[in-house]
Design a protein around this ligand. Structure first.
Ligand code: AMP
Ligand code: GLY
Length: 412
């Protein structure tokens, strides 16, 4: 099989490393890839859908796996399908469950999926009036894709006024912010459940804990994810039963009723509160850094799972009875202003963990930083502490200028 993976993060490195071990995979290409994927296959510099399509035709790609949401929301699957190219991921309409928060909120409301109470606004004046009447904190979301920055938790009315002005009048995220979802604030802890879909059924993986804040103790700004742990130590059997009944099952009903059949991934972003488990959002792709810990524990052959889903077959997912910890090493300043191009040294001293590159590329015989989240260090162990020790021991040997990471990933 000739496989094309779209994306360049640690998530794509984890998928690639898993697929690479399979003797049926004869060649892998990555658009745009990173230093890990460079060592496994060939990185190609393509981003437009028509360029990717032409490349897949020319290189006789048997399967394309899409990491990030943007190409799916832009209709990559639809275009590939027109050319009989197989993609593991949903078409544009179904990808709107991630690409439009207004669309997904309506879907959740229609199918009685447990979610925060929310109202959708297209008119600035109506939103402005509404926020006067609400309790705070209040959550304001740009409906469209805003690179993970479109959700603001407003503590005061003044903040809410500034936010809707930024989104709807100043249009700081362009068209993404002209429609808003304004919803009640939920307090609790978050969990990620990623499920494979074979077009009919969903097969959930074990729950994962993602660390979203930049600083220890969940302080500081939101990021793409500073680390992850699987299974989530907080998400109990009772939480799972609640999720199954009030989120998973009605989602399956809704997907069927709307004709939203897809072969790919659906990711449930959950908030567990005292009143139970709520769905914050759907992502229609693998999570980053959730995928890194799931791949470390997954016992199935990933290609079999994907092929079975593509062929509408049932999948039995199994995970090692161990714990996995993923630490994300970042560029100084992340998630705000960063500098790139610093040489990464000490990778050869990583002995107990898997090192997966994210924003890091090969330049000559060196590997240099090339993004905010630079690399991941992933280990498994009998206990969280075992896995955590391996990760931090290995992380202490890897250096690049101004690097930083959280000290409390997997510490409970
Ligand atoms: P979303 O993209 O909708 O998942 O939102 C991004 C992040 O904002 C989530 O991971 C939560 O940390 C936070 N968030 C979103 N909605 C809410 C809510 N209703 N209450 C509290 N926090 C929220
Ligand atoms: N880690 C959250 C995400 O991938 O969106």
């Amino acid at each position: 099989m000739r496989i094309l993976i779209i994306g360049e993060g640690g998530r794509e490195s984890a998928l690639a490393t898993k697929l690479h071990k399979d003797s049926r995979v004869t060649k892998m290409f990555f658009a745009n890839g990173n230093a890990t994927t460079d060592a496994i296959g060939k990185n190609v510099h393509l981003s437009e859908i028509h360029e990717l399509r032409d490349f897949a035709i020319k290189e006789k790609i048997d399967l394309t796996i899409v990491g990030p949401e943007a190409p799916l929301v832009a209709g990559l699957k639809d275009e590939f399908k027109r050319h009989d190219l197989k993609v593991f991921g949903p078409d544009q309409k179904v990808a709107s469950l991630e690409g439009s928060k207004a669309f997904s909120k309506k879907f959740m409301q229609t199918y009685d999926i447990k979610t925060a109470k929310a109202v959708i606004f297209d008119a600035y004046n109506e939103a402005k009036e509404y926020i006067q009447t609400q309790e705070y904190p209040l959550v304001i979301k740009a409906s469209g894709l805003a690179g993970g920055k479109g959700v603001v938790i407003c503590d005061t009315l003044e903040e809410a006024e500034a936010t809707i002005h930024d989104f709807m009048i100043r249009r700081i995220y362009g068209d993404a912010g002209i429609r808003l979802v304004i919803e009640e604030y939920l307090q609790g802890f978050e969990a990620s459940i990623i499920a494979f879909s074979n077009g009919e059924q969903l097969f959930p993986c074990i729950p994962v804990k993602d660390y979203k804040k930049a600083g220890d103790g969940d302080k500081g700004p939101n990021t793409g994810g500073m680390g992850s742990v699987a299974p989530s130590p907080e998400f109990t059997q009772e939480h799972y039963a609640d999720f199954e009944q009030h989120i998973l099952e009605p989602t399956i009903t809704g997907l069927k009723a709307e004709g939203f059949s897809f072969k790919g991934i659906i990711f449930f972003g959950l908030m567990v509160t005292k009143k139970g488990t709520y769905l914050l959002e759907y992502n229609m792709r693998f999570g980053d850094p959730e995928t890194q810990v799931l791949m470390a524990l997954m016992e199935n052959n990933l290609l079999d799972v994907i092929n079975d889903c593509m062929n509408g077959k049932e999948v039995q997912l199994t995970f090692k009875d161990e714990k996995a910890v993923c630490l994300v090493m970042c560029s100084g300043g992340y998630p705000r202003n960063i500098e790139i191009g610093f040489e990464i040294v000490g990778e050869d001293k990583v002995k107990h963990s898997q090192l997966l590159h994210a924003g890091a590329i090969r330049r000559g015989d060196k590997v240099v930083s090339n993004g905010g989240r630079v690399l991941n260090i992933v280990a498994t162990g009998e206990t969280y502490e075992d896995a955590r020790k391996k990760v931090y021991e290995d992380a202490s040997h890897v250096h690049f200028d101004y690097s930083f990471y959280r000290e409390d990933i997997g510490k409970f």
